[in-house]
Design a protein around this ligand. Structure first.
Ligand code: SF4
Length: 306
């Protein structure tokens, strides 16, 4: 752990590649079964029409063009960096194997790309797709991201996730069997979730064989059903200081080997309704480190890790 507090993605990638690695956020032109009618039409309650990947490249451009654009901006600052092609927007295994292969290959052909990150849903990983992922896992550095958000049934219904917990558990088992790295997202401060609920989700996920985890505060974004709900029935959103304490405490319950991919989100300035403090990412991240140092906390402390 570079900061002696938690094991970050930077630590892991530095160890593996020995150089700066940057994720390029890509839009492969996919949709999502929770939007196209297969399991829902309106998407998850917090998801904007942009599909949970507001910072991805433009879907009007090819993968190659999106990568060229992003690398042109990054090169001056990081001339020696290498890249992970991050298929971020919507459900990036929701297409035929042939289409997926073409898109992944287009990304991997790019010079200095050392790996693939694929965000998807556990109900979009049939056997054919799993075989494809297994193939890519053998030839590149691959991870698959799943947005579980919570293990609780009532929350899954509230957020309209569109699949049940056993679907996630089965997908994790299948990915683990194939030794494919997995990253799971949890959202904190979902309405009607207590600290115990969040801890239970964290425990479940940490026991399911994940490689990495993303944690973030719930964002209320304009043009989402959550924004309508929040307007009609405002619910309590933690302050930055409360969130810092919460995250620091949760980190002590995460085994030390699990890679921390995210502790706070970026938030889209123009569409973010609340909480506005998430826009000050530096303040939150510095606050977490300061608080953990002051309190003598570190990742895994409460479960004997370190
Ligand atoms: S699964 Fe992802 S892309 Fe689909 S509606 Fe939910 S958050 Fe949006």
């Amino acid at each position: 752990m570079q900061n002696n507090l938690f094991y970050s993605l930077n630590d892991e990638l530095k160890k593996k590649f020995g150089t700066k690695i940057i994720k390029l956020s890509l839009d492969g032109g996919f949709t999502c079964p929770n939007r196209d009618g297969k399991c829902g039409m309106r998407g998850c309650i917090f998801c904007s029409e942009m599909g949970a990947g507001e910072y991805a490249g433009s879907r009007k451009l090819s993968i190659h063009q999106q990568m060229c654009e992003q690398i042109a901006l990054l090169r001056p600052k990081w001339p020696k960096a290498k890249y992970i092609a991050y298929f971020q927007n919507f459900t990036n295994t929701y297409a035929s194997v042939q289409t997926l292969r073409e898109l992944y290959e287009e990304a991997l052909r790019f010079e200095d790309v050392v790996g693939l990150a694929i965000a998807t849903r556990p109900d979009c990983l049939d056997n054919e797709i799993l075989c494809l992922l297994e193939e890519y896992n053998r030839k590149t550095f691959l991870w698959v991201e799943l947005g579980l958000q919570s293990i609780h049934k009532r929350t899954a219904e509230f957020i309209r996730r569109g699949y049940e917990l056993p679907v996630f558990d089965e997908a994790m088992q299948a990915l683990n069997q194939r030794q494919i790295r997995t990253v799971v997202h949890l959202i904190l401060n979902l309405p009607n979730e207590s600290l115990e609920d969040m801890e239970a989700s964290l425990r479940h996920v940490c026991n399911s064989g994940i490689w990495g985890i993303k944690l973030q505060m719930l964002n209320v974004l304009r043009h989402t059903d959550l924004a309508i709900y929040y307007e009609k029935k405002p619910f309590y959103l933690r302050s930055a200081e409360e969130y810092i304490v919460l995250i620091s405490y949760l980190l002590t319950q995460i085994p030390a080997h699990i890679v921390i991919h995210r502790l706070t989100g970026d938030g889209d300035k123009k569409d973010l309704i609340a909480p506005r403090w998430i826009l000050n990412k530096r303040y939150v991240l510095n606050g977490i480190q300061r608080y953990m140092r002051e309190q003598g906390l570190y990742q895994g402390k409460c479960i004997g890790g370190g």
